[in-house]
Design a protein around this ligand. Structure first.
Ligand SMILES: [Zn+2]
Length: 174
């Protein structure tokens, strides 16, 4: 089941989410819904707070090559346990900030630890787009958006555009 994605600014996007203590069927269902919502958008990553659920769960799939097999990842309590000194810059976007893109610099490689949907601890090194995406999604769990890395003026400009978009959408919805 697809879920509505919250649009910035929204206080629920600014709140740090508490850790998952028990991976219940309900949370696995939420993960499935998030994957469906993410692929439909389309997007390469989604965090539970973006669908209004304050819990440490993210989904991602950064496979871009045409015809390549998808790699849906579900991460409960994801944590960056090591980051490279080397940094890389990507033009980032966010499903909660539609049609706005800006360059953000982050560590080029990260080691991430998480619990999979069976509660098994997984560890993996990510680089390239995967590294950017997983850091962007983990930021959401701490109430942080990619625009928080930008200069205040640019951030305010984007926020004003989003307020306008939300107003238009509310009007369209009657
Ligand atoms: Zn995002």
């Amino acid at each position: 089941m697809k879920r509505p994605i919250l649009i910035h600014p929204d206080p629920r996007l600014k709140k740090a989410a508490p850790p998952v203590e028990d991976i219940s069927d309900e949370l696995r269902k939420l993960a499935d819904d998030m994957l469906e919502t993410m692929y439909d958008a389309p997007g390469i990553g989604l965090a539970a707070p973006q669908v209004g659920v304050s819990t440490r769960l993210i989904t991602l799939d950064c496979v871009k090559e045409e015809g390549a097999a998808p790699r849906p990842l579900v991460m409960f309590n994801p944590r960056v346990i090591a980051a490279s000194d080397e940094r890389s810059t990507y033009e980032e976007g966010c499903l909660s900030i539609p049609d706005q893109y800006a360059e953000v610099e982050r560590p080029a490689e990260v080691t991430v630890e998480w619990l999979d949907r069976d509660g098994t601890l997984q560890t993996e090194d990510f680089d390239g787009l995967w590294a950017t995406c997983v850091q962007h999604e983990i930021d959401h769990l701490d109430g942080k958006l990619f625009i928080d890395y930008l200069k205040p003026l640019k951030r305010q400009m984007i926020t004003r555009k989003m307020l306008k978009l939300k107003k238009e959408r509310a009007r369209a919805a009657g």
